[in-house]
Design a protein around this ligand. Structure first.
Ligand SMILES: Nc1ncnc2c1ncn2[C@@H]1O[C@H](COP(=O)(O)OP(=O)(O)OP(=O)(O)O)[C@@H](O)[C@H]1O
Ligand SMILES: N[C@@H](CCO)C(=O)O
Length: 291
């Protein structure tokens, strides 16, 4: 029997749609795998009642297929589904690490990225790897078809998770089909600024690079209270605020001594908008681990 833990992640970071991702300190999913002739899945924990246990509908089922590693899998959810915190990806990443060990497949963490990404195709119709990469590798990651680049960074992060659900499939439907050259130039500048900020562990630069004129404004419409939360976080000292993944969680960065104030302001702004919320304060986290 093998158990692995994989952390929540925040994808996109505004300017890096389907490209940037970052591992969070917490929450996390835990997957325990035991060899079996036929795959079965049991789910407990946060939002377990909304997660299918049929292997063909669960992200870990796709990982079993990709590794040809049938097992009984117990998923203990620390990350609520449809959160914008890479819930479906964390299960897939933890399953990939556990099954790779259980069946002694010998794949590196980098080689497990496309394996775990197969799980994302099950839920959103697209094998995007911007959540599974940071969940497997930790740090800040840049995903391209050719592979993943990982940067270790030390940047304060606050994520605020409201008590509403946004499905990734729906949020992908809100993404515009095209963008203007002005928006393209602005996005490239912001993405480069954010990457430089991660390399320097500089929350001012990272925050400045989170601005996104294309995807975030369209998705903000799906999140009750987003504008109020954005403004409250900024007033409390956030240097950047954006939608986390496909939402509804909201991600902010700030100087280390402003984390608590930013977290409190975001929760309060959601509550003033009629939505309960909780916040996680931390920084850039490590990748999946065997327990
Ligand atoms: N192991 C799993 N964990 C979580 N959700 C799963 C899992 N397997 C299948 N799902 C389904 O995936 C959907 C949630 O995935 P979705 O990508 O929408 O949310 P998320 O992973 O929290 O968000 P994001 O990718 O934006 O960070 C739900 O419909 C859920 O039932
Ligand atoms: N890049 C993905 C992350 C969510 O799974 C999106 O924004 O749709």
């Amino acid at each position: 029997m093998v158990t692995a833990r994989a952390p929540a992640t925040s994808a996109n970071l505004g300017s890096g749609f389907d490209t940037f991702g970052v591992a969070l300190d917490r929450p996390a999913d835990t997957v325990t795998a035991e060899r079996a002739d036929e795959t079965t899945i049991e789910v407990t924990g946060a939002g377990a009642q909304f997660i299918p246990e049929e292997p063909e509908k669960n992200t870990v089922g796709a990982v079993v297929d990709a590794l040809d590693a049938p097992a009984h899998l117990h998923i203990d959810k620390g990350i609520r589904p449809s959160s914008g915190l890479g819930s479906s990806a964390a299960s897939a990443a933890a399953a990939a690490v556990a099954l790779n060990e259980l069946y002694d497949r010998g794949y590196s963490r980098e080689e497990l990225v496309p394996v775990a990404a197969e799980g994302e195709a099950v839920v959103s119709g697209d094998a995007h790897a911007d959540n599974v990469a940071p969940s497997l590798l930790g740090g800040f990651t840049v995903v391209r078809d050719e592979g993943v680049t990982r940067i270790r960074a030390d940047v304060p992060l606050v994520v605020c998770l409201p008590e509403i659900a946004v499905s990734t499939r729906d949020a992908r439907g809100a993404v515009p089909d095209s963008l203007s050259m002005d928006d393209h130039v602005e996005t490239v500048g912001n993405a480069a600024t954010l990457t430089a900020g991660m390399c320097r562990s500089d929350p001012e630069l990272v925050g400045a690079g989170m601005d996104d004129p294309v995807v975030t404004p369209a998705r903000a419409e799906l999140i009750t209270g987003y504008a109020a939360v954005h403004d409250a976080a900024t007033d409390a000292g956030a240097t950047g605020v954006t939608v986390s993944g496909a939402g509804p969680a909201v991600l902010a960065t700030c100087p280390p001594d402003r984390r608590r104030a930013v977290a409190g302001a975001m929760v309060e702004a959601f509550e003033t908008s009629g939505v309960g919320a909780r916040a996680y304060q931390g920084g850039v986290g490590d990748g999946a681990t065997l327990l």
